[in-house]
Ligand binder design. Structure first.
Ligand SMILES: [Zn+2]
Length: 341
């Protein structure tokens, strides 16, 4: 389901000039309503009203069949109520799985999971959720920071069990549709050695329910914050930014060494990125945002101060960002890298 159109990219570039964004495409009439339809679908799911997911119905129907203005009015009123409740403190629980972290995020609505873990992590995930009084079937959504197997590996299974909406970056569509990692660029000698190991990078393929190619407001999930695309670690990498200053950044930063087993709160470069320089540019861009804590895919959490010190992000100049943009390929509408002119 293509839920966000290329039309939004112009405004995104204007709002976030420091980020390397996909190629610019002027707005078109046909896609002007897409963000609204995405919003409606999220609201239908969180409220259960006319939702077509497995949790609420036996069949899935295209978003385009959403009823008319009366339902839209009701849903927007509900959305307004959800937004009004977002002053509550958001609870975040780090769940350490076999290869990576997942996060249980509880706002004023049903719980949301950030990242799902590897395909063999279901028992461990279920136990961790149970300790928090949450069942897998209670989840309203799974937000994937990216499509690598240790982050997206359980997404299809969780959706099957809960009807949770799977939210992911459009740029990682091909990875998720095939259930296998794309090629990556190692960032160190150790990383090159890791690539020689017979790692299991496959998982059950799926299609995301909501594909983000710009930004998605999380108010419908009772969460004051948003999801934003930041291609770099992968073509469809997302960050989840809560208004309270916490940011889920996936593999943009690695916590410590040995996959977070040693000194997990010391920020490091991750072993692999699709585009190392672009990932650095994103990191510099985020350092200029009011983020106080970074929640990572491996190890962590890490503080704002430690990130700025580890990557020498001094002041607003953002040294890495200044040099990264011209070196990187653009990402077209399908999330594929294309050469710069
Ligand atoms: Zn990754």
């Amino acid at each position: 389901m293509a839920t966000r159109s290329a039309c939004k990219r112009r405004s995104a570039a204007e709002r976030f000039p420091e980020q390397v964004l996909p190629s610019q495409t002027p707005p078109c009439r046909r896609h002007v309503g897409s963000p609204l339809l995405t919003w409606l679908r999220v609201l239908r799911h969180t409220t259960g009203v006319l939702c077509s997911c497995p949790r609420h119905s036996r069949t899935r129907e295209p978003v385009a069949k959403v009823p008319g203005s009366l339902l839209a009015l009701v849903l927007f009123l509900i959305a307004g109520a959800a937004t009004a409740e977002t002053a509550r403190e958001i609870q975040v629980v780090q769940i350490r799985l076999s290869m990576s972290n997942a996060y249980l995020v509880n706002g004023s609505s049903r719980p949301v999971l950030v990242d799902s873990g590897s395909r063999n992590d279901l028992p461990r995930l279920g136990e961790a959720l149970a300790r928090e009084g949450v069942r897998v079937q209670d989840l309203a959504a799974v937000i994937l920071t990216h499509g690598h197997a240790d982050h997206a590996g359980l997404a299809a299974e969780i959706r099957r069990r809960s009807g949770a909406l799977v939210i992911a970056g459009r740029g990682d569509r091909s990875m998720m549709n095939t259930g296998a990692n794309d090629p990556v660029t190692p960032t160190s000698f150790a990383a090159r050695m890791i690539l020689l190991l017979p790692l299991d990078d496959r998982y059950e393929p799926f299609q995301a329910d909501v594909e983000v190619d710009d930004e998605l407001d999380l108010a419908a999930f009772g969460l004051p914050g948003r999801v934003r695309t930041m291609p770099g670690h992968t073509p469809g990498s997302l960050v989840v930014l809560l208004d309270d200053g916490r940011a889920f950044v996936g593999d943009m930063i690695l916590g410590g060494w040995l996959n977070g087993a040693v000194l997990p709160q010391r920020p490091n470069e991750h072993y692999f990125h699709m585009d190392v320089a672009r990932n650095g540019a994103n990191r510099a861009a985020l350092a200029r945002q009011p983020i106080r804590q970074y929640l990572l895919g491996h190890g962590g959490p890490v503080s704002r101060e430690s990130v700025r010190a580890a990557f020498r992000l001094d002041g607003d100049s953002g040294g890495e960002a200044a040099v990264a943009a011209p070196l990187n390929p653009a990402i077209n509408a399908r999330g594929q890298a294309v050469a710069n002119d």
